[in-house]
Design a protein around this ligand. Structure first.
Ligand SMILES: Nc1ncnc2c1ncn2[C@@H]1O[C@H](COP(=O)(O)OP(=O)(O)O)[C@@H](O)[C@H]1O
Ligand SMILES: CC(C)(COP(=O)(O)O)[C@@H](O)C(=O)NCCC(=O)O
Length: 331
């Protein structure tokens, strides 16, 4: 069937999900993936998983066992190899007294796909490894320009698009982390006030592992006209994960979450969306659909999904947020 109509839904490019000899990925069903956990112990309880999950994300202990234990085992192998390589390079360069800098894991994907849950579950699993590494988690929303700046630039309705982030600040933050600097400050964002929190920072002090999560972490920058060489955010990553799902599913998760937030967070008078707690269900639904279609879906198609082929690992979700397949980049 031809899809030449201008109104036709563009199809997500799923080519790298079709296993073939030329694909840079290995593909696994969730059942195949689950077997790679081997004897990795389950170190989280059902209560802990419930506390870690975001609103609307039904992840449970079974999903942690099925998907996250294999991931934890794989990441453990990567962290170990990175340490080994670091030691071998120091021997090669006759360096002593050099401290290993953090292993950085990037997590990308659409708004409302469940990146925060994945990031929090991973953080807890990794810090419970026998070596007890120090694991920190930072989200890129703190690096959004404050609403006042977005309004001044007339791009409040482009929140989440590349131009709404202070990318130089992100690069500066990651460069400092990778240089092993102590007490590196990251700005904080509040989904309640829908704005960056002025003068509020999280301090990151030389963790063993840093998880860096956000819709934009695998994006490249336009090359500056002055020919200056600029790194990409992902140049600082040792491993990257993309959380994937079909558009209609993410659309449902976004709209359902918005409607659920009306009964919870939006009731708080400090919520930026407080006014949507009081309007009719139909009006609220129309607002959620509008935010999805005109901001988040647009951003997914234009700026987020195109970064998927850069990920080392793709976790693809089906109905109910359950991961149904996994793609792992071949080495
Ligand atoms: N308007 C809002 N008010 C309160 N919490 C929100 C709001 N929007 C999103 N959240 C919460 O913020 C977190 C991040 O959501 P989001 O940025 O969409 O990424 P993801 O769903 O991929 O984790 C989630 O825990 C979500 O439930
Ligand atoms: C802050 C966000 C860009 C999400 O960033 P994320 O934490 O997913 O990296 C998003 O939640 C957002 O505010 N989008 C703008 C449209 C909306 O209000 O949903």
């Amino acid at each position: 069937m031809s899809t030449s109509s201008r109104n036709a839904e563009p199809r997500a490019p799923l080519d790298h999900f079709q296993a073939n000899d030329f694909s840079p990925y290995h593909f696994f069903s969730s059942e195949e993936w689950a077997r790679f956990r081997a004897d990795t112990p389950l170190t989280l309880t059902a209560d802990e998983v419930q506390r870690l999950r975001s609103l609307g994300d039904p992840i449970d202990l079974n999903e942690v066992r099925r998907i996250y234990l294999s991931l934890s085992r794989l990441l453990s192998a990567h962290v170990e190899s990175s340490l080994l390589l670091f030691q071998q390079r120091n021997r090669f360069l006759s360096l002593s007294d050099v401290t290993k800098t953090p292993f950085v894991i990037g997590i990308a994907g659409s708004v409302a796909v469940g990146k925060s849950t994945t990031a929090r579950i991973l953080k807890e699993l990794l810090r419970r490894w026998p070596s007890s590494p120090k694991v920190d988690l930072i989200t890129t929303d703190g690096f959004l320009y404050p609403n006042a700046t977005l309004i001044q630039k007339d791009i409040l309705n482009r929140k989440g698009f590349p131009e709404s982030y202070d990318t130089s600040a992100i690069l500066g933050f990651l460069a400092a982390i990778k240089a092993g600097r102590p007490n590196v400050a990251a700005p904080c964002y509040s989904h309640l006030t829908y704005d960056v929190l002025p003068e509020q920072f999280t301090t990151i002090d030389r963790p063993d592992i840093l998880i860096f999560e956000g819709i934009n972490v695998l994006q490249s920058r336009d090359l500056p006209a002055d020919g200056k060489i600029v790194p990409m955010v992902s140049d600082f990553f040792d491993f990257s994960i993309y959380i994937d799902a079909d558009e209609p599913l993410i659309h449902n998760w976004y709209v359902n979450r918005f409607m659920n937030l009306r009964q919870t967070a939006f009731r708080d008078p400090n919520s930026y969306f407080h006014r949507y707690a009081a309007i009719s269900e139909d009006e609220a639904l129309a607002r959620a659909e509008d935010l999805w279609a005109n901001i988040n879906l647009k951003n997914l198609r234009e700026n987020i999904l195109p970064t998927r082929p850069r990920a080392d690992l793709i976790l693809r979700k089906g109905e109910n947020h359950l991961i149904d397949s996994v793609a792992l980049r071949k080495l």
